[in-house]
Design a protein around this ligand. Structure first.
Ligand code: DOR
Length: 446
């Protein structure tokens, strides 16, 4: 008798750890149950994926969804809606909300808020501070925790550990890989006067490449002293990439699509404060170096640093304008356009968005298309020509820095644990996101 599945993705090109090829995928109980040729008479809902590529579900390990505290910009429902519209199947959300995610109660509150409201799977970072060092070992192991995040330089929100002693105490306290926003706070303070009122092009002058390099250098030194692994978020400079190439044993590296795509001075002239983020978008020399790090492997993963602010907030004159831009929905189309332009291979894109996050963060049963793994898929049409518009954006902020950009390559389907969540732009299933599980914190009986 023929096998029966809950779902069959038929005739697509599966992009996987062993290359690309035409394969059917059979899904049962949210997991991949078969991979290869599936009999024509096999039972189950059959989705025709001919002409489409099926990638392991995209995992975006850096998003800010603003709930609780700033839900006029975004909330867990709208942020995750935007994610699945863009083909993203899981997100790691940042702790700079209000209240900050810095204790067990605030983490549990986010996990509770996410249940039945988030469209993709989720994990939440816990902010490391001077005050919660003693609790970090316990906090990083709680259900739903992606690990510890530390701001070394001030950005949106009140999280900050600017001193070496504080960083060392955080790293000594924990076992998992922690994530860092690496900009040197004393240098940022000293150079604040270099901001020019009304001119966002002065943002990278204030928060210069030296501020980024100083923080990254200090971080890696402390990682070595304490024998810990660190993840450097949104690396933005040529000098950091050169430095990090010598420290791949202890430091992993994230790059963002916006640092790879937009560059000063044009981005500030065209987008004004909408191009303002921390660390800043810099000139083409740095952008070229980031591409080199994609090519040579120094960069491990892509993260969107989705950081929505309203159009009104962004319209304030610099430097009253807040830093950050949305990106969770545009990660896939913007990067597929780069794939089509020959700037990276589709295999490298998969490496940087599923296998890479799985490797760095020890995600359980996600990150590759293999029997037994979660049935998380990002289905893309590599040849489809589309224009990214503000109208398409599901984020509450309602805008994108890529408005009007023509791209080749588009996400047409998002599957989370076997459920078709998005198809042809429509969110088609009620929210059923669940907490991501991690190898280091699997609990007994889970
Ligand atoms: O530009 C940024 N915006 N960088 C950050 O580190 C935080 C983010 C936000 O939350 O707005």
């Amino acid at each position: 008798m023929a096998e029966t599945y809950d779902l069959i993705l038929a005739g697509g090109t599966v992009v996987n750890q062993d290359g690309s090829g035409a394969r059917d995928i059979g899904v049962r109980k949210g997991r991949i149950a078969a991979l290869g040729g599936i009999a024509k008479d096999a039972g189950g809902e059959r989705i025709d994926c001919k002409g489409l590529h099926i990638l392991p579900g995209i995992i975006d390990t850096q998003v800010h969804f603003r709930e609780p505290g700033a839900t006029h910009k975004e909330d867990l429902e709208t942020g995750s809606r935007s994610a699945v519209q863009g083909g993203v199947t899981a997100v790691f959300e940042m702790p700079n909300t209000d209240p900050l995610t810095v204790d067990a109660a605030s983490l549990a509150d986010k996990v509770k808020r996410a249940q039945g409201r988030m469209h993709c799977d989720f994990a939440f970072f816990v902010g490391g501070t001077h005050d919660n060092v003693a609790d970090l070992a316990e906090l990083e192991r709680l259900p739903g925790a992606a690990g510890i995040k530390v701001f070394m330089g001030s950005s949106t929100g009140k999280l900050l550990v600017a001193d070496d002693a504080g960083l060392s105490a955080v790293l000594k306290a924990i076992r998992r890989r922690a994530s860092f926003h690496a900009e040197d706070e004393p240098r940022l303070e000293a150079r604040k006067k270099l901001r020019v009122e009304g001119d966002p092009a002065s943002h990278p002058v204030w928060r210069d490449e030296t501020a980024a390099l100083m923080a990254t250098t200090r971080l890696v030194k402390i990682a070595r002293e304490t024998g810990k692994r660190v993840h450097v978020l949104h690396v933005s400079t040529a000098e950091e990439m050169k430095f990090l190439a010598d420290h791949k044993d202890v430091a992993s590296v994230e790059v963002t699509p916006q640092h790879l795509t937009l560059a000063a001075p044009v981005c500030y002239a065209r987008l004004g404060a909408r191009a303002q983020m921390n660390p800043p978008l810099r000139d083409a020399r740095h952008r070229d170096a980031l591409w080199q790090s994609v090519a040579n492997g120094v960069a491990d993963i892509l993260g969107s640093d989705h950081a929505p602010h309203t159009a009104e907030e962004k319209a304030k004159p610099y430097a009253a304008s807040p830093s950050g831009m949305p990106g969770v929905q545009t990660l896939v189309p913007v990067m597929l356009d780069h794939v089509n332009a020959g700037r990276l291979s589709l295999a490298r894109f998969v490496d940087m968005t599923s296998a890479g996050p799985q490797r760095l963060f020890g995600i359980a049963s996600k990150g590759r298309i293999a029997v037994g793994y979660d049935a998380d898929f990002t289905v893309v049409d590599l040849k489809r020509r589309e224009t990214i518009t503000n109208k398409w954006i599901g984020s509450r902020c309602g805008w994108t820095p890529y408005d009007g950009m023509k791209v080749t390559g588009w996400p047409v389907g998002t599957f989370v644990r076997g459920k078709r969540v998005m198809w042809e732009g429509e969110v088609v299933t009620p929210a059923q996101g669940a907490a991501v599980r991690f190898l280091e914190t699997l609990s007994a009986g889970s």
